[in-house]
Design a protein around this ligand. Structure first.
Ligand SMILES: [Zn+2]
Length: 382
């Protein structure tokens, strides 16, 4: 199992080679067991696997901290539906990405399917983020009216109840929060649907780069994923450009103050990861030197994870601000708060999206199997 030789770029099908990576290749005829074992062997995919597999545990650790905060609803409360969907999006992305790198040497067809699934999970992650932004950072974000499960919980916690009530009454005098009607229609009706639509367009475009537009594939894939970023981040742009919705001296305001800091850092890591992905530095500068460790895709993985981690910190800050201030006061022009998360508007959205993405992946996989079946047979005979 361990004795299968690693190959140079001239010894594997051109389809398998990466620019400026000269050695460390696995021939695309590994068994599942050999692929799994190669995680513990220095190939040019080993670092790609671990740089997205280990972060799953780091993310899960930071994710669960919220449930230990005093006064938060139970993890099964509808308030946390978007938060769980965000977890699903991130974990599917990290797991699919790491497994795609590990299992792609089983055959040319499986290699294609692995990366189609990888693109699909990146897209569904962006919708998971949008759901979290919509319910926790949306200009009208707020918990459902008190009296439900969460309100009842607060009442059983005298300390928190006192703090919340104090902030609610002081916010009645706050005039810092305003609402721009021109954004109302977009946020209310188009934000989540357009996030889903853009996610599906991204999967279509990225899958296409594996069959055509090969020359500019890294640039296209990077640019294609900037589009959902701009759509899904609109609640944050709005938040950054408008006054804080919480009274300036409140605990909620202090919690929400960190949002901008985490968002800028989230953007910084995204830009750095895009630069690594497009430039292919450092292997471009010294082809052959970074074949196993330190090539651009590993740095790309590290930077994307750091951006996700900052996004999580930002969402947690907003969750904290909401928990400390559940009756967000709205201007008179907007009498009703945003409806609270429901199964259909969180998990339902994700399920419909997954079905659409799975259909796109199945379509492209069918095309790949027609293209590569003959070539794969020739490889086996060879
Ligand atoms: Zn990758």
């Amino acid at each position: 199992m361990w004795s299968l030789p690693l190959l140079r770029h001239t010894d594997v099908p051109p389809r398998v080679t990466e620019n400026f990576i000269l050695s460390g290749y696995r021939f695309p005829n590994y068994s599942l067991r050999q692929c799994l074992a190669s995680a513990f062997r220095p190939t040019n995919e080993t670092g790609n696997f671990w740089t997205h597999f280990l972060p799953i545990f780091i993310f899960a650790f930071h994710f669960q901290e919220v449930f230990g905060w005093e006064g938060v609803p139970a993890p099964s409360d509808p308030f946390f539906y978007p938060y769980w969907n965000y977890l699903l999006g991130v974990c599917c992305l990290l797991l699919a990405s790491s497994l795609a790198h590990l299992l792609n040497s089983m055959s040319l067809i499986i290699r294609e399917i692995c990366f189609f699934v990888d693109y699909g999970t990146i897209s569904s992650y962006t919708v998971g983020s949008s759901l979290a932004y919509y319910y926790y950072i949306h200009p009208r974000a707020g918990l459902p009216p008190l009296g439900g499960g969460f309100g009842a919980q607060n009442e059983s916690r005298p300390g928190l109840k006192g703090e919340v009530e104090e902030e609610s009454s002081s916010s009645l005098t706050s005039s810092a929060w305003f609402w721009l009607p021109e954004f109302k229609v977009f946020f209310d009706s188009f934000y989540i649907p357009s996030s889903c639509l853009v996610a599906i367009i991204c999967v279509l475009a990225c899958c296409n780069t594996r069959q055509r537009w090969r020359t500019y594939r890294y640039a296209i894939r990077t640019l294609v994923f900037l589009l959902p970023f701009f759509i899904s981040s609109t609640p944050i742009f709005y938040r950054l450009l408008s006054p804080c919705p919480y009274p300036s001296d409140s605990s909620s305001s202090a919690a929400a103050d960190t949002t901008a800091h985490y968002f800028y850092r989230h953007c910084f890591w995204l830009v750095v990861s895009a630069l690594f992905n497009i430039s292919k530095v450092p292997e471009r500068l010294c082809p052959g030197v970074f074949d196993i460790w330190g090539h651009s895709h590993q740095w790309f993985h590290c930077c994307t994870f750091l951006s996700i981690l900052d996004e999580l910190h930002m969402i947690k800050a907003e969750v904290r601000a909401l928990v400390l201030h559940p009756t967000l006061v709205l201007p008179p022009a907007v009498p009703t708060p945003l409806p609270g998360p429901a199964l259909l508007t969180t998990y339902g959205v994700m399920v419909v999206l997954q079905v659409c993405i799975a259909s796109v992946i199945a379509w492209f996989s069918w095309g790949a199997s027609l293209t590569y079946t003959q070539e794969q047979k020739q490889l086996k005979q060879h």
